[in-house]
Design a binder for this molecule. Structure first.
Ligand code: PRP
Length: 210
């Protein structure tokens, strides 16, 4: 049985379509219900929907053989998994943003609100700027508005959230997209099935680019 962790939500649906095209269909997954695990025993495949930020945890621990996770999560948590392929979907960027009238305080550490503490720390270390991290779990954009932080480090996709809160991007740290990842032992022992998926996905990406 090959276990595949899919990120719940719109991205996961796109990802499932790629697996389907690779020949690993599981029609029951399209039934509209609240089940989280779906099997196609004939094909020896089992899908499960997990919170996008949890995919790499399932894969790292071998509860899933493969899965699809955002580069943001891979950079932040550095799970011990193989990153097999950039799927070129779920594209966005990790950026520093702040109020339009932001002035960089020179006499003290910069206060940075974020869900991505490690990405933020690494970025500011690379440019030699001292920071204090304010770790939040969501709605990060509120922090600079209320004076909780000077800037935020967060995901920007369309830019609408920033715009509607009168914030703007100041620096792009890194582009983000969804990646196919594999558990290291699974890659060794289930090579054939995983390679088949990998090959098909590579082909699908080539086709899209034509
Ligand atoms: C993410 C991110 C931004 C928003 C960016 O939030 O944290 O708030 O999307 O998207 P945009 O540029 O298209 O507006 P998410 O919806 O994941 O929720 P969160 O508040 O829990 O981070």
């Amino acid at each position: 049985m090959l276990n595949i962790a899919l990120p719940k939500g719109r991205l996961g649906e796109k990802v499932y379509t790629m697996f389907e095209k690779a020949g690993f269909e599981c029609p029951s997954i399209k039934e509209n219900n609240r089940k989280l695990i779906f099997e196609n025993t004939e094909l020896g495949i089992r899908y499960f929907w997990v919170k996008p930020s949890d995919v790499s945890i399932y894969v790292e621990h071998g509860a899933a053989d493969i899965g699809v996770a955002g580069k943001d999560i891979l950079l932040e948590y550095a799970p011990d998994v193989y990153e097999l392929l950039d799927l070129d979907i779920g594209k966005c960027r990790m950026a520093v943003a702040g109020k339009k009238d932001f002035r960089n305080p020179s006499q003290r550490p910069l206060r940075v609100a974020t869900k991505f503490a490690n990405i933020a720390k690494n970025y500011y270390k690379s440019i030699g700027r001292d920071i204090d991290i304010i770790h939040l779990n969501g709605s990060i954009e509120i922090a600079p508005i209320l004076g909780l932080s000077d800037v935020i480090v967060d995901i920007v996709e369309t830019g609408t959230t920033l715009k509607e809160n009168n914030l703007e991007v100041m620096e792009t740290i890194v582009p983000i997209s969804a990646r196919l990842i594999a558990n290291k032992a699974s890659f060794k022992f289930k090579t054939k099935q995983i390679e088949r998926i990998l090959e098909s996905m590579r082909e699908q990406l080539k086709e899209q680019k034509k």
